[in-house]
Ligand binder design. Structure first.
Ligand code: FES
Ligand code: FES
Length: 178
């Protein structure tokens, strides 16, 4: 049977890297796990996440740092994965939407997103949630102006519900927060 070029393939397991080869590779830490990249050090983190690790929760929107769809946390701060070459990430901790929840429970922002029905088509929402997570880290009780200052774009116009979801998460018990 001829190969179907549109067939979805399973994520390839990340091959183990021999200890001797690790010296030539770039050590990365993503969602609490160690990876070693031995490809192009200029590769944007967004491509590494989506195409190499198959962590497709982080979205491609504009590719120029303007929309926020690719927002991840780097050492707890919001960054645009489309603008970050992997070489800039050695010894830094990257968290994507896949790594935000705890082992046994969703992150309070994910809970509040559901409670407020904040999602439209959903495309921008992982980036919105990661930007909100960074906001709550630096300001646990943001006001409306802080929330409205988030630079993430949503073409479905979910801004009022996103604002309500962030405010709800900010008032959630502290022990549930990452
Ligand atoms: S895809 Fe990165 S900011 Fe738009
Ligand atoms: S929910 Fe559709 S782009 Fe934001």
């Amino acid at each position: 049977m001829p190969d179907n070029p549109f067939r979805r393939t399973k994520p390839e397991p990340v091959p183990p890297v021999a200890a001797s080869a690790r010296e030539k590779t770039l050590p990365l830490r993503i969602n609490g796990k160690a990876f070693f990249h031995n490809g192009d050090p200029e590769m944007p983190l967004l491509w590494y996440l989506r195409d190499v690790l198959r962590l497709t929760g982080t979205k491609y929107g504009c590719g120029i740092g303007a929309c926020g769809a690719c927002t991840v946390l780097v050492d707890g701060k919001a960054e645009h994965a489309c603008m970050l070459p992997v070489k800039s990430l050695a010894q830094r901790e990257v968290t994507t939407i896949e790594g935000l929840a705890g082992k046994d429970a969703l992150h309070p922002l994910q809970e509040s997103w559901i409670a407020e029905d904040a999602i439209g088509c959903g495309y921008c929402q992982p980036g919105m949630i990661m930007a909100a997570a960074a906001l709550l880290k630096r300001k646990p009780h943001p006001d409306d102006a802080d929330i409205d200052a988030l630079p993430n774009l949503c073409r479905c116009g979910t801004y009022p519900r996103v604002r309500a979801a962030i405010a709800r998460a900010a008032s959630a018990p502290v022990e549930g927060k990452k």
